[in-house]
Design a protein around this ligand. Structure first.
Ligand code: ASP
Ligand code: CP
Length: 320
């Protein structure tokens, strides 16, 4: 194993080798997760805290499941029932949690850059669970793992990311991770839903989904993130669906092995037609299941130094 990384704030904290290491560790945790008792003592005595200033279903629950399967203790924090409501600052909140003794803080915040600020106030390892429009690295890792399991690798694969790229932290992390593993990425969106500048993005851009749909191995759909849009960026959702939605018609034109992916939550009937997530080549629920094992790998990588992989093979004894 290469030197442990201190934090996972963005894909650049890992680089291509770090991503590959997480994917190969995930295979071990996939095996653990298939056991009758899917639990190992790898992080016994370690404490992980959740600091979610934005809503979440998948990321939060899968991190919680991952931590429990590794036998870590967890500290739950809910902004809506905390002293943040009384005006407590981010800094004071982090210092307070830290004073109780935590080894890792998993943070989601509406402001880009928050995960990079936290190490000023705590010695805990920081994991970014989504910062504004900026990054969502564990989503990218679980997507790389899902593609690798289905297609063997990302090398040379052509991946279309479709929709509201401008407001998507998933797109930013996924482009970095997909390209690091050798994929070609094409962004498909109306100009109003692209970032103002794509300088430094190693991607192609297309504005007509029908032009590219027959020639890609993965179609990755994004939700229209209306909560982040300050103005109307498409004439209407109906027109958006007609031009950029994965309708049943378009799904029928995909190659038989072309994967259909979505980070969730989906808005069925907008970016994806109602029945398309149930097609055999749609791997949206695989993404969710893989999220647990990949997040086990991330927590183990950050907190498990000194715990050798063979220790993972030891099955947790059932409680007497
Ligand atoms: N759940 C993902 C995120 O938090 C994608 C989305 O919300 O559309 O970025
Ligand atoms: N994909 C994702 O981050 O989902 P949640 O917002 O439900 O966590």
């Amino acid at each position: 194993m290469s030197d442990p990384v201190a934090h996972l704030r963005g894909i650049d904290d890992l680089g291509a080798d770090g991503i590959r290491e997480i994917l190969s560790l995930s295979d071990h945790f996939l095996e653990v997760s298939s056991r009758r008792i899917p639990k190992v003592p790898a992080l016994r005595g370690r404490t992980v805290a959740w600091l979610f200033y934005e809503d979440s279903t998948r990321t939060r629950l899968s991190f919680e499941t991952a931590a429990k399967r590794l036998s870590a203790d967890t500290m739950n924090f809910s902004v809506s029932s905390s002293s943040v409501k009384k005006g407590e600052s981010l800094r004071d909140t982090v210092e307070t949690i830290s004073a109780m003794g935590v080894d890792a803080i998993v943070v989601r915040h509406r402001s880009a850059g928050v995960p990079w600020m936290l190490p000023r106030w705590t010695d805990a390892a920081i994991v970014n669970a989504g910062d504004g429009w900026h990054e969502h690295p564990t989503q990218a890792l679980l997507d790389c793992y899902t593609i690798t399991r289905r297609l063997g690798s990302l090398q040379g694969k052509r991946i279309a990311i479709i929709g509201d790229i401008k407001h998507s932290r998933v797109a930013r992390s996924n482009v970095k991770a997909f390209v690091a593993l050798g994929a070609e990425v094409v962004l498909v969106a109306p100009p109003t839903l692209l970032p103002p500048s794509l300088e430094g993005w190693p991607v192609e851009v297309a504005t007509d989904l029908d032009d590219i749909i027959g020639g890609v191995e993965v179609v990755y759909l994004l939700r229209m993130q209306l909560e982040r849009q300050q103005e109307s960026l498409v004439p209407s959702l109906r027109e958006y669906t007609m031009r950029f939605g994965l309708t049943a018609d378009r799904a029928a034109r995909l190659g038989p092995d072309t994967l259909i992916m979505h980070p969730g939550p989906m808005n069925r009937g907008v970016e994806i037609a109602g029945d398309v997530p149930d097609l055999p080549n749609a791997v949206i629920t695989d993404q969710v299941s893989n999220g647990v094992v990949v997040r086990m790998a991330v927590l183990y990588r950050l907190l498990g130094s000194g715990v050798a992989l063979p220790a993972l093979v030891a099955e947790e004894a059932p409680d007497a």
